[in-house]
Design a protein around this ligand. Structure first.
Ligand SMILES: Nc1ncnc2c1ncn2[C@@H]1O[C@H](COP(=O)(O)OP(=O)(O)OP(=O)(O)O)[C@@H](O)[C@H]1O
Ligand SMILES: Nc1nc2c(ncn2[C@@H]2O[C@H](COP(=O)(O)O)[C@@H](O)[C@H]2O)c(=O)[nH]1
Length: 220
């Protein structure tokens, strides 16, 4: 009897999950914004948070601002792909937009902390590409938080106090970049995205090739 021919199941090309983390003030949101402005193929995952809105922030563009009760309702109904308490507030990634983007092969950017990065890595490691951004010095980190002038002295002090513990997670990331000169740091991120897309597309191309190869009927 002839062995049954393997019937390969075609896989759709999935989107990249680009995770960017850093201690507060190192510049990840600045880099993320520039990337989103220059690369229309990447969408931003807009998080939910219980933090107070900053004067410069717009609802549903920067965050979905929620009460603690609303956040808990989302978390408890499994509507968040990951969540964490960061600097005394809750933050989480809405699940539905991410699953839709991945299934449609659209790339997504996540500006989330190391706890969120760990959770995405555990759940969707094949799709995750993670980047950790370091400040050039701790003094410059402090200056950037002051120059940004968006948070109170108390909040800045708390974020600086947390920065060393956050930096300790740098080894868990695929790439680590130092954001000294912004253009140089941005170039590095762009190169990472380009290389990872090539890797993903090549893997996908090889999959299609192998699928066709196995479908061939051998001439005996
Ligand atoms: N390379 C750089 N040189 C000088 N200033 C920078 C550089 N990168 C970012 N900044 C400035 O530093 C401040 C903090 O940047 P940003 O808000 O992007 O930090 P962040 O890492 O996203 O912080 P948070 O986690 O608190 O959101 C901003 O005022 C930004 O304009
Ligand atoms: N685990 C998650 N962390 C998140 C999310 N959204 C943002 N963040 C991180 O929180 C801190 C503080 O952000 P800020 O806007 O208050 O300065 C920063 O490290 C963000 O990356 C999330 O959905 N999940």
């Amino acid at each position: 009897m002839k062995p049954a021919k393997a019937s390969p199941v075609p896989i759709a090309r999935r989107g990249l999950m680009l995770v960017i983390s850093s201690p507060s003030g190192a510049g990840k949101s600045t880099i993320a914004r520039t990337l989103l402005a220059q690369d229309s193929q990447i969408g931003l995952s807009v998080s939910v948070t219980t933090r107070q809105r900053r004067p410069s922030e717009v609802e549903s563009i920067h965050y979905h601002f929620k009460s603690i009760r609303e956040f808990e309702r989302l978390r408890d109904s499994d509507a968040l792909l990951e969540w964490a308490e960061v600097h005394g507030n809750f933050y989480g990634t809405p699940r539905e937009p991410v699953e839709a983007a991945m299934a449609e092969g659209r790339d997504m950017l996540f500006d989330i902390d190391w706890q969120g990065a760990q959770q995405l890595q555990e759940k969707m490691s094949a799709d995750v590409v993670s980047i950790f951004v370091l400040p050039p010095t701790m003094t410059e980190l402090q200056s950037r938080l002051h120059r940004r002038a968006e948070d109170s002295e108390e909040v800045i002090a708390k974020r600086l106090a947390n920065s060393r513990a956050e930096i300790a997670h740098w080894r868990e990331y695929d790439y680590v970049i130092v954001n000294d000169d912004l253009d140089t740091a941005f170039d590095a991120v762009q190169s990472i995205v380009k290389a990872e897309r090539l890797r993903r597309d090549r893997r996908h191309g090889i999959y299609d090739f192998v699928t066709k190869l196995l479908e061939e009927t051998p001439v005996l």
